[in-house]
Design a protein around this ligand. Structure first.
Ligand code: SF4
Length: 292
């Protein structure tokens, strides 16, 4: 019988076996970091906005699509209110920490809350109006042929992408939002394991590899006086990328079944006090060497 996995558990296992062990095996409790919560808030505002766009298109099929996409979104003030409420709700639910920072925790958390509000404003006014969503947080269940598992997953955003040439065939995109304090490196979408996982899920569901796989970064370092800006990194995936992902999954799952959880996050951007809630107590990192 196939073992059941959610794609978020698999992603966690691939990202770092030690983080997976503490989270999923030991069920240790650690509040999210303020950086993680900022990302959660911006994702939530994006999901709300894109859902409204999908409903708007269904209700107003005869109006110009670009107008409907723009007018369906929450306005800037509503997005700011939604973001503030969501940040407070996350803090009430599980607490928020900000380890490894030079300033007091309260200051960092307050700054990340303000930053999540500014990013949400930016998203609904500057980014989302130009997105044509097909589905938001689409739930799916797939059974890869070469792995003895059933994966349930959620694709954040599936889009209609502009044709490559005017009048060309429509293209399909799988996109994900990220938040960051600094501009991402150029090849991040090409090497993203998360996008390869999305490619696996989406392709098994639809039978066709999507044309575009993208990470849309909303970037702002709240410590500087520069407003948020967007960096879109677009990439593609091939059948070979999907096959490699299945091999990696099989490898990680075999390790987990044998009780082997490698601390393979070390050296990645996620292995930092801002992005891993286990960092302060993790025996695999030298804290003196890490800068946030
Ligand atoms: S701090 Fe680094 S090595 Fe430790 S659990 Fe987190 S990602 Fe893994």
């Amino acid at each position: 019988m196939r073992s059941r996995w959610s794609h978020s558990r698999l992603t966690k296992l691939l990202r770092c076996g030690e983080a997976y062990r503490r989270d999923e095996e030991e069920k240790e409790l650690a509040p999210p970091t303020s950086g993680m919560v900022r990302g959660t808030v911006v994702h939530a505002i994006a999901a709300e906005g894109h859902e409204r766009q999908i409903k708007g298109k269904a209700k107003r099929p005869d109006d110009p699509k670009s107008m409907v996409l723009r007018e369906s979104l929450p306005d800037e003030e509503e997005a700011a209110d939604l973001a503030a409420s969501r940040f407070d709700w996350e803090q009430k639910q599980s607490g928020i920490v900000a380890p490894g920072e030079e300033e007091p925790e309260k200051v960092v958390i307050g700054r990340d809350k303000d930053s999540s509000i500014r990013m949400s404003r930016h998203l609904v006014t500057t980014v989302a109006p130009y997105v044509d969503p097909i589905a938001v947080e689409a739930k799916l269940v797939v059974e890869p042929q070469d792995a003895n598992i059933r994966i349930s997953g959620i694709l954040d955003l599936i889009t209609n992408e502009p044709p490559l040439v005017p009048g060309g065939p429509p293209r399909r995109g799988v996109r994900d939002y990220k938040t960051s304090r600094k501009a991402p490196s150029e090849g991040e979408a090409d090497t993203s394991g998360q996008l390869s996982m999305y490619a696996l899920l989406d392709t098994l569901q639809t039978g066709k590899i999507a044309d575009v796989f993208a990470l849309d970064f909303v970037v702002e370092d709240g410590r500087l006086l520069r407003p948020p800006y967007k960096v879109s990194l677009e990439s593609t995936r091939t059948q070979e990328d999907i096959d490699v992902m299945i091999e990696r999954l099989n490898n990680a799952i075999e390790g987990a079944a044998a009780g082997v959880f490698l601390a393979n996050g070390v050296g990645t951007w996620q292995c930092s006090p801002r992005w891993c809630q286990w960092w302060t107590t993790c025996k695999f990192v030298s804290k003196a060497r890490v800068k946030t």
